[in-house]
Design a protein around this ligand. Structure first.
Ligand code: V47
Length: 415
C-alpha cells in the first residue's frame, strides 16, 4: 500500500491507495481528484504500482523509421503545423519529389505558410526509405501523411506492396483512422472501411497507428478540427480493424484547449472500446500514446502548451484510468527524451523508437529539422538510468532477439 506523505490543501488522494494496489478500476470523479491533487509523489507512486503490475521494471523501445509521405492536406486543423494547402501551384510545384535524405520538396511555402514547404514522396521514395531502414535493422516502418486530394488509392496499396516485397519482415504500421476514411472516399468506386483495410492488409499492412483521435469531445472538435471526421468515425475504423484481427494503437492530443474533464472522458471512451474489443473482437488496442501538444507553428501557437508536470500527471493518470490497454507510451519526440525518461517511473512503459525522420512536429530550438533520431544506445541509457530494463520489442510487443547480424522475434513473449 502506498502512503500519501505530502499534506496539501487541494484533494486528498491517499484514500485511493488500496484500490490502486489491488488493481481496481477508477471512476471519472476519481480521475478528476487525481488531476486536482498537488500530491505528485503519491500520484507517481500509484501510476508506478499499476505499471509494475503489468510490466515489472521492463521498459520497451523499438527500432523503427517514421515516414510522412506528404504534408498536403485538405484539412486545416488548428493544432497542426504540418499541413500545406494544395492548390493549382502546388499541383505543379508539389510534384517535385522529396529527396531520400531530406523529405522537403521545393514547393509552395508562400503566403500564409512562409516557413513551410509542400512535398509529396513517390511510392519509390517511400519504398527506398523502408529499404534503408530495413538495412539499418528497423523492425517497423510507421507511415502517415496528410489527406492528399489527388493521389489515388492505388498509391497507398502500391506503397505497402512495394515495401512488403523489398523488406519481407518489416512491420508496416500505417495510416491513421482519418486517412483511412479519406481512402474510402477517394477509392473508385467508393469502398467501405472494411474493404479499404482488407485491401491494404492484402498489400502488406500490419497494424494501425493511433493518430487522429485528438480529444473525443464535440466542443473541442468544433473549435480545433471542425472539418475532420469525429469520434464516431475514428472508433468505427478501430472497431472494424479489431473485428478483422488488425491490432491498433490509440492517442490523445492534450494540452491545448481541452479541460482535464474532457481528457478523462476521452480516456474512458477508449477504455470502454477496449473492454468490448477484448471481449468480442479478434484484436484490440496495443498501446495508448498521450501526445503533448507542441504549439510552435500552429494556429494555436499563442497557447503555452503543457508544462512538464502537466505532462507527467497526464501520463500517470492515463496509466491509472486505462487499466485495460497494456502499454502507455511517452513519444520522446513530443514529451522530450528527458521527460520521457522521468515518466518511466510515472506509469509509462514504452518510449517509442529510433524514429530518424519526423515531420509532423518539430520542437522549438530543434533548428526546424525533420531529422529527429535517437540510437539504441541512447534509448537504452535513458531506460537504464531510470532503473528499468531496456527491452527491444516489435510493433506487436514481441521481444526482438538480435543475432548473427539479423533479428527475430520471440513468439508469445507476452510483453
Ligand atoms: O494525429 C498533430 C498529433 C498525431 C500536433 O501509434 C500533434 O505508435 C502534438 O499519432 N503537437 C500523429 N501533436 C502522431 C501519432 C503517433 C506518434 C507516435 C506513435 C504513434 C503510434 C502515433 O500527432 C496526429 C495528431 O494527433 N499532432 N499536431 C502538435 N502540434
Amino acid at each position: 500500500m502506498v502512503e500519501s506523505h505530502i499534506k496539501h490543501e487541494t484533494v486528498d488522494i491517499g484514500g485511493l491507495a488500496e484500490r490502486v494496489a489491488s488493481g481496481g478500476r477508477l471512476t471519472f470523479d476519481e480521475g478528476l481528484a487525481l488531476y486536482a491533487s498537488s500530491d505528485i509523489h503519491t500520484l507517481g507512486a500509484f501510476a508506478n504500482t499499476a505499471r509494475e503490475r503489468l510490466h515489472g521494471r521492463r521498459a520497451y523501445f523499438n527500432v523503427n523509421r517514421h515516414v510522412n509521405y506528404s504534408n498536403f492536406c485538405v484539412l486545416r486543423c488548428k493544432f497542426c503545423s504540418f499541413y500545406m494547402p494544395f492548390d493549382k501551384s502546388s499541383e505543379k510545384a508539389g510534384r517535385l519529389s522529396a529527396g531520400v535524405d531530406l523529405p522537403v520538396a521545393e514547393s509552395a511555402g508562400e503566403g500564409a505558410f512562409p516557413s513551410r514547404r509542400g512535398y509529396e514522396m513517390t511510392v519509390e521514395e517511400v519504398v527506398a526509405r523502408a529499404v534503408e531502414a530495413y538495412a539499418d535493422g528497423a523492425t517497423e516502418i510507421h507511415i502517415v501523411g496528410g489527406l492528399h486530394p489527388t493521389l489515388p488509392f492505388s498509391y497507398y496499396t502500391d506503397m505497402c506492396r512495394g515495401i512488403r516485397e523489398a523488406c519481407p519482415k518489416i512491420h508496416i504500421k500505417a495510416f491513421t483512422a482519418i486517412e483511412l476514411i479519406h481512402f474510402t472516399r477517394i477509392a473508385k468506386p467508393r469502398m467501405t472501411i472494411a474493404e479499404v483495410l482488407t485491401a491494404l492488409r492484402d498489400a502488406g499492412l500490419g497494424s494501425l497507428p493511433g493518430g487522429g483521435a485528438e480529444i473525443f469531445d464535440d466542443r473541442v472538435h468544433d473549435e480545433t478540427f471542425k472539418n475532420k471526421v469525429g469520434e464516431a468515425e475514428w472508433f468505427e475504423v478501430h472497431r472494424t480493424a479489431h473485428e478483422l484481427g488488425i491490432f491498433t494503437n490509440a492517442t490523445m492530443l492534450y494540452g491545448h484547449i481541452e479541460s482535464t474533464a474532457e481528457r478523462l472522458r476521452h480516456l474512458i471512451k477508449l477504455r470502454e472500446h477496449q473492454d468490448e474489443s477484448l471481449a468480442t473482437r479478434k484484436a484490440h488496442f496495443n498501446c495508448l500514446i498521450p501526445l503533448s501538444f507542441i504549439p510552435d507553428g500552429s494556429e494555436l501557437s499563442h497557447l503555452p502548451g503543457p508544462t512538464g508536470l502537466s505532462d507527467l500527471k497526464t501520463l500517470a493518470i492515463t496509466r491509472l484510468m486505462v487499466d485495460n490497454i497494456a502499454h502507455v507510451k511517452a513519444f520522446w519526440i513530443m514529451q522530450t527524451p528527458k521527460l520521457a525518461q522521468v515518466s518511466l517511473n510515472w506509469g509509462v512503459d514504452d518510449i517509442d523508437g529510433t524514429v530518424v525522420y519526423y515531420d509532423i512536429t518539430k520542437r522549438e530550438g530543434g533548428g526546424g529539422t525533420t531529422h529527429q533520431e535517437m540510437g539504441v544506445e541512447a534509448l537504452s541509457r535513458l531506460i537504464r538510468e531510470a532503473g528499468c530494463e531496456p527491452v527491444e520489442r516489435d510493433t506487436l510487443y514481441r521481444r526482438v532477439v538480435r543475432e548473427n547480424g539479423g533479428w527475430r522475434t520471440e513468439e508469445n513473449t507476452g510483453l
